[in-house]
Design a binder for this molecule. Structure first.
Ligand code: TUI
Length: 315
């Protein structure tokens, strides 16, 4: 057992959040993660309110353990999605791709614990003042929409300057990287890419195979010029994107190229022209396992790594 304020607050066996990945984190994965003792989180990034409501109900039918919902703040239905999570009184909300400041009071009134994702210290400081329960410090190694700083620097800075539990995210996939996050002062970790290849994850097999085959350097960032950089597998889509960016194509044209591409990869299995979002840890992940196997493997490794460090330091 690892002492963790967040694990204690939420009644978790493992101090682990599963990243709330759009099209990937549906009731099957979320309930498997929560049932295994970590925190499953529904990815509502692509959902309309009625779909999210249904997904919450499906998850409630598959687990009695707490679970969360990730709200992607650029979702056009965000106001209604906020109302759905408050009505359903989910245990936890995480937010991404924006500042959730104006919704915090609503979440708190509904008794929901709030953990915004912050890719920079300024946002973390603003949110601390609004009474959030912790900060997910997500470094640029992660998949999907990324910030500029690395996990190593961002987590350290947020732990130093914020007086709240910090969840480290980005680049974490095994026992050693969990120990590294704890050494930086994180209270818990969030993992996305490792759960993409979980047996319970209901996405196209091509997507999982792409993660398993990928090298760390295959997960590239495109879209910096649009203000919404995204890390995903280098493929025909990213090459076309890079070409258009170099030519100085207008933002609208670039956004048009990206539209619907995550669904194309996750649902239709189009790993050539789809947006196969994955973090750099894809290069370290090489097999499909159940959620239980993933968590057990990681947390069997943690004490071994700490023992090894103790031996090196004391000898
Ligand atoms: O949100 C994510 N990862 C995502 S969202 C997503 S869907 C998408 N698809 C295409 C283009 C863009 C998004 C896929 N992956 N991670 C959390 C995260 N949040 N990363 C970065 C941020 C972030 C960025 C700016 C959070 C806050 C923020 O604040 C700006 C402000 O207004 O202060």
């Amino acid at each position: 057992m690892i002492q963790s304020k967040i694990a204690e607050m939420l009644g978790l066996k493992y101090p682990v959040f599963q990243g709330g990945m759009a099209w990937v984190a549906t009731a099957e994965l979320v309930s498997a993660v929560s049932n295994a003792g970590a925190l499953g989180i529904i990815g509502s990034g692509s959902m309309e309110p009625e779909i999210l409501e249904k997904e919450i109900h499906r998850t409630k039918n598959m687990t009695d353990r707490p679970f969360g919902v990730n709200l992607m703040l650029m979702n056009p239905f965000i106001e209604d999605l906020v109302d759905v999570v408050c009505k359903e009184k989910v245990a936890v909300v995480t937010t991404g791709a924006g500042n959730p400041g104006k919704y915090i009071d609503k979440f708190k009134s509904a008794g929901i614990k709030v953990f915004p994702i912050a890719p920079m210290i300024a946002l973390a400081k603003r949110l601390e003042k609004l009474g959030v329960d912790g900060i997910i410090a997500e470094g640029g190694e992660s998949g999907g929409h990324v910030g500029e700083l690395t996990t190593m620097v961002l987590v350290r800075q947020i732990v130093k300057e914020i007086n709240l539990p910090v969840i480290a995210a980005g680049g974490i996939s095994d026992g050693r990287s969990v120990v590294a996050a704890l050494a930086l002062g994180a209270d818990a970790v969030q993992m996305g890419t490792r759960f993409v290849v979980a047996k319970e994850t209901k996405i196209h097999q091509n997507y999982k195979e792409a993660v398993i085959k990928a090298d760390c350097r295959d997960a590239v960032v495109t879209g910096r010029s649009t203000g919404h950089p995204v890390r995903c597998l280098r493929n025909r889509l990213t090459r076309e994107f890079e070409k258009l960016e170099k030519e100085g194509a207008p933002k609208e044209k670039l956004e048009e190229l990206g539209t619907g591409k995550l669904k194309a990869a996750a649902v239709d299995g189009d790993v050539k022209w789809g947006s196969v979002m994955m973090g750099q840890t894809a290069g370290l992940i090489n097999k499909e396992q159940t959620v239980k196997e993933i968590l057990e493997e990681i947390f069997n490794e943690v004490p071994e790594v700490i023992k090894e460090l103790n031996q090196r330091i004391l000898s």
